[in-house]
Design a protein around this ligand. Structure first.
Ligand SMILES: [Zn+2]
Length: 263
């Protein structure tokens, strides 16, 4: 069972607009058409069984639209595990966390750049507390983002403060703990009790370096992810397999850990 813990897709009516817009913002090319069907086709090509889809509410009002679409997709596409997304400025953020859990969604995606917050800002703490209390995991964008100036709003030191403050929060840090901030990630996050997902990193660092970082983290807390459509699922999977990791470690990282986290 291979599970990609970090993918993006959009409602069919939005995808045709969202993809060129985001391609332009990030100066990057998409590897799918951005629709759920496009993601499924990519999964078939790559041999990936399930994908976790991480929508991002860039406005508080987006919660409802994302939820409506997520309900639809999960009813028809059991291979796609839909997350919801709560905006930090949402006056109903805590109620929405409760509704997320009540409806059986497993977690939320939070993105400090797209949602304009600093990851260890205390205004976020009530939401973190509620997510933890309801057993929801949170997939955070961590490190820098190529579409934004490199402000330190989601860097490993700040992440460490959050996981130290909320040990019960199932914190998933993307991009090996902090995109293009891997020195700090090694120092503050690798080896700590948080989940670390690996997308968009393996082509940016020497394989030996990636391998050492991955092996230095608890084996039950490493997750395979691709950030599709922003990278190619088949290529990311091939890079993982080329790392020469022990077989049982690889099986856990490519699917076992994710399956456990998804229940
Ligand atoms: Zn992403």
């Amino acid at each position: 069972m291979i599970i990609d813990f970090h993918t993006h897709a959009f409602e069919d009516s939005l995808a045709a607009k969202a993809i060129p817009f985001l391609e332009n913002e990030g100066n990057i090319k998409a590897f799918t058409d951005g629709r759920a069907a496009g993601l499924l086709a990519s999964m078939d090509r790559a041999g990936i069984d399930r994908s976790v889809v991480c929508p991002i509410a860039t406005k508080p009002s987006h919660f409802d639209g994302i939820r409506r679409w997520a309900r639809e997709v999960r009813a028809t596409q059991p291979r796609l595990e839909m997350l919801l997304s709560i905006h930090p400025d949402d006056p109903d953020a805590l109620a929405h966390a409760d509704e997320t859990a009540n409806e059986g969604f497993k977690g939320v995606k939070l993105h400090p750049y797209y949602q304009r917050f600093t990851i260890d800002d205390e205004r976020m703490f009530p939401l973190y507390e509620r997510l933890a209390a309801r057993g929801l995991f949170a997939v955070f964008h961590t490190g820098f983002d190529m579409a934004y100036p490199f402000d330190r709003v989601a860097d490993p030191v700040r992440v460490r403060r959050v996981i130290d403050t909320f040990p019960a929060l199932k914190f998933v840090a993307t991009h090996l703990g902090g995109w293009r901030d891997w020195e700090e990630s090694r120092k503050y996050l690798i080896g700590q009790p948080l989940y670390v997902e690996t997308s968009f990193c393996l082509h940016e660092m020497p394989a030996a370096e990636a391998r050492a970082m991955i092996l230095a983290h608890p084996a039950d807390r490493i997750l395979f992810g691709t950030d599709s459509p922003w990278s190619d699922q088949a290529a990311e999977l091939a890079r993982w397999r080329a790392l020469g990791l022990p077989e049982d470690f690889l099986a856990a990282a490519l699917g076992g850990n994710a399956a456990r986290l998804l229940g």
